[in-house]
Design a protein around this ligand. Structure first.
Ligand code: BGC
Length: 382
């Protein structure tokens, strides 16, 4: 279809020119200045662009719509590239029916019970879009917004600045939230994500990224053979609506113990009530390191067949491990294959779900004058 065809357009913005000028340095280490092309148009005519970046052996394509990682390619142990992130080939598919493939999530990653919370004595009702609850920012979250994207090169790094201003009251959330997300590809091929936000009224914020990983390549089957390690001794059990009960449960002796490396599929069929609620793993792990000023290593995912390995480091206290349970064979992905249950998994660094209603969880409050700042680094090896 005409809209989905990629037309390469030279970056015409001032930032684009600056990137082109500075591009030489990054080039020398394998970096390539971000290249902009038209990806499609929304129904109202708004243009959506795709940005292609490459550095240190990692190739990334990002859309201005939702800040979506449309494709992320890394080599296997023999140097063969595969796109390890689920997605679509056309904007129409993303708009019509995406379960947050590759998207930036805001204002609030994961669920808020009944979409309700109270701040400074005032109650708020945000958009409810998942049964009785609010999921990933509501019906029109940050994943469905067009972000302002500007490329940069800095030393041997290449990257994109993504800006989005969410107006006071959008999806029911108080305060105008100015959001800046920086995607950096380093000379080692790491994909680093820095999140920043400020507000003009007290509000809650919990930003994350929703890449669906399959290190054998999207459309290659399930990830049940992938080996996963999570540095967490506890997780937050949920009720049948996937809202945390407020307790922190020990992983010891349960399917939730990923402290030693374990295959994703090893315990996924154990008759544990929590796995019934989630139709598999769909829980927040309480990272042992807690909130840190610098990103610390918390999880490793490895596909033994290809040798591709993903390591995640974060400043955040929680990690949502979602084993792609709701993929049901109704979506055709980027490479033309059908996505089925377990064909990918998400590792979403975050504050805990429903924190605005859970006084014992780390706070997600953001007040005027404060700056929300978190960082997550994805490193790839093979
Ligand atoms: C949630 C799942 C949800 C999925 C949507 C995940 O972050 O934990 O419950 O179904 O996002 O694709």
């Amino acid at each position: 279809m005409e809209l989905s065809r990629r037309t390469v357009i030279a970056g015409a913005t001032a930032a684009g020119v600056a990137a082109a000028t500075a591009g030489g340095t990054a080039h020398a280490t394998g970096g390539r200045k971000p290249v902009k092309s038209l990806f499609g148009k929304l129904a109202d005519g708004t243009k959506v662009h795709s940005w292609a970046l490459e550095n240190g052996g990692t190739r990334l394509k990002v859309l201005s719509y939702g800040g979506i990682v449309q494709s992320l390619e890394i080599p296997d142990r023999k140097g063969r590239y595969a796109n390890v992130s689920l997605g679509f080939g056309t904007l129409e598919d993303y708009v019509a029916n995406s379960p947050y493939f590759g998207a930036l999530i805001g204002r609030y990653g994961n669920r808020i019970a009944k979409g309700r919370f109270t701040l400074d004595g005032k109650s708020h009702q945000v958009s409810v879009n998942d049964g009785d609850n609010s999921l990933h920012g509501g019906a029109q979250g940050f994943d469905k917004r067009v972000w302002n994207v500007a490329p940069f090169t800095k030393g041997s790094d290449v990257g994109l600045y993504l800006h989005y201003t969410s107006v006071d009251g959008e999806m029911g959330y108080p305060g105008t939230l100015r959001t800046k997300v920086t995607y950096t590809l380093t000379r080692q091929g790491d994909w680093r994500v820095d999140y920043e936000a400020t507000t003009d009224k007290t509000t809650v914020v919990n930003l994350t990224s929703h890449v669906y990983w399959n290190l054998a390549g999207e459309s290659s089957g399930t990830v049940y053979d992938h080996r996963l390690k999570i540095a967490a001794s506890r997780y937050t059990p949920v009720d049948s609506g996937l809202i945390p009960t407020g307790k922190l449960a020990k992983v010891t002796g349960t399917p939730f113990d990923f402290r030693g490396t374990k295959a994703v599929g090893e315990d996924i069929r154990v008759a544990h009530r929590q796995l019934l609620y989630g139709k598999g793993f769909d829980h927040n792990w309480v990272l042992d390191k807690g909130i840190t000023r610098k990103p610390e290593h918390v999880a490793t995912l490895k596909d033994p067949s290809s040798g591709r390995t993903l390591k995640i480091a974060t400043t955040e206290p929680g990690l949502q491990f979602y084993s792609g349970n709701f993929l049901d064979g109704t979506l055709v992905g980027t490479g033309g294959g059908i996505y089925r249950q377990g064909d990918a998994l998400c590792l979403e660094t975050q504050h805990f779900p429903d924190s605005p209603n859970q006084p014992s969880f780390p706070s997600t409050l953001l007040r005027p004058g404060q700056t929300y700042r978190t960082t997550t680094v994805h490193s790839f090896r093979s």
